[in-house]
Write a protein that binds this ligand. Structure first.
Ligand code: DQA
Length: 150
């Protein structure tokens, strides 16, 4: 099975670039996507980027990744802090043998206390936070460094 990574972004991340730039930076999600695609090309990884504000759609994409044997880079955005539905879908994904990297542009641990809890972290393969758009790139590199699934 060749390596394929689904890069998923949750609610409000379509507004990246204009949304609280002092927190999230000035790059748009399309800019991040270009950087991710360029790195994926270098790494020889297939990559697909998607964004949704909809919890059900996000859960559906995680199930699709589980069925397809894809690894996932996920920025769950606000769902990070309260969505047990997203967490359960992530647990199912990882249970099938896919790897899941939780990413955040900001460092939620250094922000408001409601952001200190991630209901996803406990089922993720690992978490990368606080490096702006580079968090996505580091996640892709982390996955590429893991052995391929057989
Ligand atoms: C975020 C952090 C979350 O707390 C927030 O709700 C987001 C973005 C990040 O990338 O830093 O929407 O996931």
């Amino acid at each position: 099975m060749s390596r394929h990574v689904l890069v998923l972004s949750g609610p409000n991340l379509a507004a990246l670039g204009s949304r609280e730039p002092e927190v999230y930076g000035t790059l748009t999600l399309a800019d991040v996507g270009e950087q991710v695609a360029a790195l994926a090309g270098e790494l020889g990884t297939g990559v697909e980027l998607r964004q949704t504000d909809d919890e059900a759609e996000l859960v559906g994409w995680l199930h699709e990744a589980a069925r397809s044997g894809w690894d996932v880079v996920l920025n769950p955005a606000a769902f990070t802090h309260y969505s047990y539905a997203v967490r359960d879908a992530c647990a199912h994904l990882v249970g099938t043998g896919s790897r899941l990297v939780e990413v955040h542009l900001s460092n939620p641990a250094a922000r408001e206390s409601f952001r200190h809890t991630s209901v996803v972290a406990g089922v993720a393969t690992g978490t990368i936070a606080g490096f702006g758009a580079r968090s996505y790139l580091l996640a892709l590199q982390a996955l590429a460094a893991l052995p391929e699934r057989s």
